[in-house]
Design a protein around this ligand. Structure first.
Ligand code: BTN
Length: 255
């Protein structure tokens, strides 16, 4: 197991370490309401009401990473890009732990896969006064089973064990670097890093939208992070929100 000597967070970060809690995102939002700001990090050993994207539950037994960071981005309008900043940071943090980093992939917009299975998820929620909470869950010891998501864990899929706090420190370091690069140079370097590990580019995918499912070829990312989908009859859709299904996954992967 990787040692806790690697724990230090970036200088401006403050760690709040808790046992079991409802949801680190909810706790970070409560603390943001009470005045906590940029760099506050909430880490919990387990969650009783972990939240996933699109209202899903995030099953949160002890042993995995559950953490939420408060971020106050300067470029409020482009906040959707934070999801990619967080995904790239998560990918780099996990990549440090395995020689099989080539198998790490991003599923649009911000899931981290190992092979075809989900290893980590990110949920960004808006808080008070321009603050946002970036929540990250990484399966370390276990991959909660669900009929909807084919998941894996660092131990099961990658053969790596790590303390959640150590993985969090790695994530925060990469997140801090990418977050500042994003603010200085815009989305282009983040987009490039995301594309370097993107799953399914050039392949047929289905994208489930609120009122329809669209089939096409995943052509890449727009300059601001939208999914570009080439349609069978010609033409291209620019999709800003939806759930991606790779070939053969229709019945299993929902978010
Ligand atoms: C997803 O559906 O892929 C996003 C999952 C995000 C889960 C993390 S765990 C820590 C933080 N607290 C929550 O309640 N959710 C996020």
């Amino acid at each position: 197991m990787t040692g806790v000597a690697e724990l230090p967070l970036p200088e401006t970060y403050r760690l709040i370490e808790l046992g079991e809690i409802d949801s680190t995102n909810r706790e970070a939002l409560r603390r943001a309401e009470d005045g906590a700001g940029e760099g506050t990090v909430v880490l919990a050993a387990a969650q009783t009401a972990g939240r996933g994207r699109k209202g899903a539950r995030w099953i949160s037994p002890p042993g995995n990473l559950y953490a939420s960071l408060i971020v106050e981005p300067r470029a409020g309008g482009a906040v959707g890009q934070l999801a990619f900043v967080a995904a790239v940071a998560a990918g780099e943090a996990v990549a440090e732990l395995t020689p099989r980093a080539g198998d790490l992939r991003f599923k649009w917009p911000n899931d981290l896969l190992f092979g075809a299975r989900k290893l980590a998820g990110i949920l960004i929620e808006g808080g008070p006064r321009g603050k946002y909470v970036v929540g990250i869950g990484v399966n370390i010891k276990s991959a909660p089973r669900s009929p909807e998501i084919e998941a894996t864990s660092l131990m099961e899929g990658v053969g790596v064990d790590v303390e959640p706090r150590v993985l969090l420190a790695k994530f925060c370091r990469h997140f801090n670097e990418w977050r500042h690069l994003w603010q200085r140079r815009g989305f282009a370097p983040v987009r490039e890093a995301w594309l370097a590990r993107a799953a399914g580019i050039g392949e047929a995918i289905d994208v489930r939208l609120p009122v329809e499912t669209v089939r096409g070829v995943f052509a890449g990312l727009s300059g601001d992070g939208a999914l570009l989908l080439d349609l069978p009859g010609g033409g291209r859709r620019v999709i800003t929100a939806g759930a991606v299904y790779f070939a053969g996954q229709e019945a299993k992967t929902c978010c």
